[in-house]
Design a protein around this ligand. Structure first.
Ligand SMILES: NC(=O)c1ccc[n+]([C@@H]2O[C@H](COP(=O)([O-])OP(=O)(O)OC[C@H]3O[C@@H](n4cnc5c(N)ncnc54)[C@H](O)[C@@H]3O)[C@@H](O)[C@H]2O)c1
Length: 336
């Protein structure tokens, strides 16, 4: 087997692109061959910060002209994802694409039709599936440690609202933020049959002005009647709040928030005072972003079916669309 490092091009040198660039550059099985971004200054700075070996280009054409490329990591804005996935598949280059595939289901379906039948791996960047804490819960449920899964509770709150300009193009709390939790729900309960969601404006004026919600509660029902609740907020005064609890016939598995240390302070006025939680997704899910690159390498090397797949990306968006519909109408949305 050829074990030379896989040559990777990264699209986007923004927030998530920077995470991927550093992880690719440090990965023993990957070579960061290109950073593509029309914002050349950002791409150049990132190339310099990751060893200086990546070629900086402005366009996808320059990337796909290289016939020795093995994979692309798509960390550019959401509205570029479908075109870049299609281009990758046309050139037989594996793709790891950030969530969501697109905000518009019609475009997602067109893209899926265009790439159907391909053997080129297209993997979705639902990084939380590779989080060691949530992954351990999944493995231990599968090992039968808590019997049959009955209820899943996911709490996911950001530390502070995203900027107004971001909110305006985000696609709303369900497609932008809950989509991670909806995929996490499907990680544990793949077949979801109904969705109920309620959204509120409790905290942030510009989110309300944009017609979006800053708080949401989602109730999903699995094929066996499993009950899943997702609690989202665009803010949490105490930091990034990411918890998951799986309740089964024989017990419960729970993952709490992660702090830099487990040290507790005890004084005359306080007990059990702990360090603040990891500030946001870059820190909390650092291991998960590395884990998804490991999975990409393993998938390409083994010629395996990628997971999470394009279909997982489509199904997460379908759930987000159903949440939006439920929150606007007040009705339960049944899924076929
Ligand atoms: N998995 C996660 O945890 C996670 C976290 C953040 C963002 N995301 C997703 O990643 C994507 C990017 O988000 P971000 O926050 O990094 O955005 P960002 O705005 O910080 O960065 C996007 C970068 O892409 C560049 N760009 C624009 N068009 C491009 C093109 N055609 N080709 C290459 N580069 C292009 C921009 O110039 C910018 O540098 C979004 O789809 C977002 O939903 C995922």
């Amino acid at each position: 087997m050829n074990t030379a490092p896989l040559r990777v091009a990264l699209f986007g040198s923004g927030r998530i692109g920077q995470v991927h660039a550093h992880n690719i550059a440090q990965h023993p099985d990957l070579e960061l061959a290109y950073i593509a971004d029309p914002f050349i200054d950002g791409a150049q700075a990132l190339a310099a910060a990751t060893g200086g070996t990546a070629r900086v280009v402005a366009t996808a054409e320059e990337v796909f002209a290289d016939t020795s490329l093995d994979a692309v990591v798509i960390g550019s804005p959401t509205n570029t994802h479908c075109d870049l996935i299609r281009a990758a598949v046309e050139h037989g280059v594996a793709a790891l694409c950030e969530k969501p595939i697109d905000l518009d289901m019609a475009r997602v379906r067109d893209c899926e039709a265009a790439i159907s039948g391909t053997t080129t791996p297209v993997m979705m960047g639902f990084n939380r599936r590779f989080d060691p804490h949530f992954g351990a819960i999944k493995r231990r449920i599968e090992a039968g440690e808590i019997g049959a899964l009955e209820q899943l509770s996911i709490v996911s709150r950001d530390p502070a609202p995203a900027p107004e300009a971001y909110i305006a193009v985000s696609g709303g709390i369900f497609r932008d933020m809950s989509i991670h939790d909806l995929d996490m729900a499907r990680f544990f309960v793949p077949e979801i049959v109904s969705v109920f969601a309620t959204g509120s404006n409790l905290h942030c004026d510009y989110i309300a002005a944009a017609g979006d919600f800053d708080s949401a509660v989602i109730v999903l029902r699995g094929e066996r009647g499993e009950q899943i609740t997702i609690t989202n907020s665009r803010h949490a005064a105490y930091g990034y709040d990411q918890r998951l609890e799986a309740f089964g016939s024989e017990g419960m598995l729970a993952a709490s928030n992660v702090a830099p240390t487990t040290v507790r302070k005890y004084t005359a006025t306080t007990t059990e005072e702990a360090d603040a939680y990891q500030p946001f997704f870059l820190e909390r899910y650092a291991a998960a972003y590395r884990g998804e690159l490991d999975a990409l390498v393993a998938t390409i090397r083994a010629g395996a079916t990628p997971s999470p797949s394009f279909a997982d990306g489509r199904l997460a968006l379908a759930l987000a669309d159903a949440c939006e519909e439920s929150a606007r109408t007040g009705r339960v949305v049944e899924l076929s």
